[in-house]
Design a protein around this ligand. Sequence first.
Ligand SMILES: [Zn+2]
Length: 597
Amino acid sequence: MNSRYNPRWDLESIFPGGSESAELQNYISVLETDLQQLSQQVKGFPLPEEPEDVAYMESMISLLEKVSKQVGEVSAFVSCLTAEDVHDYKAKLLVGKRSELSAAYAANLTILDRKFVQIDSDVWNGLLQQPTLSPFSFILDERRRKAMDKLPVEQEILLNDLAVDGYHAWGEMYDAIVAKMGIDWEEDGKKERLSIGQAANLLSSSNRNERKSAFDKLEKAWLEQTDLFSETINHLAGFRLQTYKHRHWENVLKEPVQYNRMSEKTLNAMWEAISNNKTPFVSYLKRKAELLGLEKLSWFDLDAPVGENNKTIDYDDAARIIIEQFSRFSTGMAEFAQMAFDERWIEAENRPGKRPGGFCTSFPVSQETRIFMTYSGTPSNVATLAHELGHGYHQFVMNDIEILNQDYAMNVAETASTFAEMIVADAAVKNAETKEEKISLLDDKIQRSVAFFMNIHARFLFETQFYEERKKGLVSAERLNQLMKKAQKDAYCNALYGYDPTFWASKLHFHITDVPFYNFPYTFGYLFSLGIYADALETEQGFEDKYVALLRDTGRMTVEELAKKHLDVHLDRMEFWEKAIQLCRDDVEEFLKLTER
Ligand SMILES: [Zn+2]
C-alpha cells in the first residue's frame, strides 16, 4: 500500500533553496533596512505629554509589529534548517546572523522601556485608553511596570554588562564541566565511554541491574564534581540575591512569578492542592514496587517500564488516529491537523543527520507552522506528534492577532500541546487491545503525573530552602545533598527506598540563567491544561469556541484573568487544581484495579 502522507516537510514554499536561498538573503537585507528605520524611530521617540499624543507611538508600534514578524520568519526558517541537517554548514552560519538580528531587535525594546518609564503616569494611562493603543495596553503596561521595578537605567545596563562574566559565565562553566563528564560502561564484553545523557537513558531500562549500575556510576560521577557544582550554584544564586537586594526585591519568587504572569497565591494554591492529593500516587508507587518484585522503589526504579507494549504504529495510522481523536473535541483542531499532514508542515522522517527531539515553530509572515520530530512508530512518538500539533494549533488560532499580543509565558505555553497529547493518550488507553498494553500506557501517563507532582515539587522545595540558606552565606556541597534528599523525601512522602541527593548538581535547570525556579511552570502548565480537559469532558456544546477564545488571550492577560474570563474559575483557590488532579487520580485508580492480584 502506498503511504498517504509524505513524512518530509516542505520548506521550499517559504524560502526556496534551503540554506543557500537567494530569496532568504534578499529578505534579510530588507529586514536589516527596516531594523535601521525602527532604531531611528525608537531613538527619536518624543515623550508624549498629552494622552492624545498617540500618532508617533502608533506608527512606531506598527513598525515594531512588522519587524518582529520578519525576525520571527527568518528565525523559524533557520531553526528548521539546522534541525533537518546537523551537518549543514551554511545553516550554522545563518544561526549567527539570526542572533545578530534578534539582538538588534531586542535593543530597540530596551530603549523603548527606558522611555516608557519617563512618561508621566497620568499621560501613560490616558495613552493606553486611546482606541489604537488599547489593544496593546496589557503588554505595554507590563513592560513599563517591569522597567519601573528595576534600578535606574544606567545601573541596569552596568548590571547586564557585568552579568556576562559574573552570572551567565557560571551557567556556561556548568555546561563545560558536564560536557567533560562520562561513565565507563561495559555491555556484552564491550567497553565504552558513555556521555551523561546516554547513561541517563539507561535509567529507564527494563533490567534492574542495568538501572542500578548506571545510577551508581552516575551518582559517583556527580559526587566527584559536587565541589565544583556547589560553586556554580552558589554563585548563580549569589548574583541573583545581590541583584534583588539592590532592587529592593525581598521575595525570591517575585521574578519567576512575574515572568509567568501569575500571583504567588495561585502558586501556593496549586502546591497545596497537590500536597493534599498525594496518597493515590503513593499507592501507585507501592504497587509499581510490587509489580517489579520489590518492597519499595528506589530512585532508579521510577522510570522502569511496567507492562508490555511493543506495538508500532505507522505514520499514516498515527495521522488517522490523531485527526480522528482531535475531531471528538474540536473540528478546528482536526482540520488543522489534516492540513498540516496534507501540506507537509511536518518533518517526521526517521533518518540520520537530524537533530534529536521535537519542536514546533511558526512563520508569522507566511502564517504557517512547521513541526519537527523523528517518527519511529512508538506510542510515545504518536504522543509527541499530537503534542507538537497542539502547539501548531495554538499558533494557528492566534494568527490574526497582533504579534506583540501573541507572546505567552512559559506556564501557558504548554496548554494546547498538553491538551492535544492528553486527548490522544486517553484514546490510546481506551482502545488498548490487551491488558498488558493498557497497563503500560497507563503507567506512562501516571509516571508523568508523578514527575509533575513529586519530582518537580521536590525541586521547588529544594530551591526555596536553598535560597533561604544562601541568603546567610555559601551553602556547602554536603548541605546541598542534605537539602535535596530532604526535599525528595518530603515530595515523595517517604515512599522510596533510595533517593538522589546530587540531583541539584545533575539537573541542568538549577544552573540556567534564564529565570530562577525554572521548574514549577511545567507543573502549572500540565494542570492548567488538565483543568481545561476536565472542562471539555463536561461540556456538551460550545467547548470549541470557548477553548479557541482562551488560547487567543494567552498572550495578553494574566493567567488568573485568563482562567476567570474563559473558564469562570479562580486559580488562586484550590478547587480548580483539585479537579484537574482528579483526572490523574482516576488513572491511578484504573491502574490499581488492572494490576490487582
Ligand atoms: Zn511542548
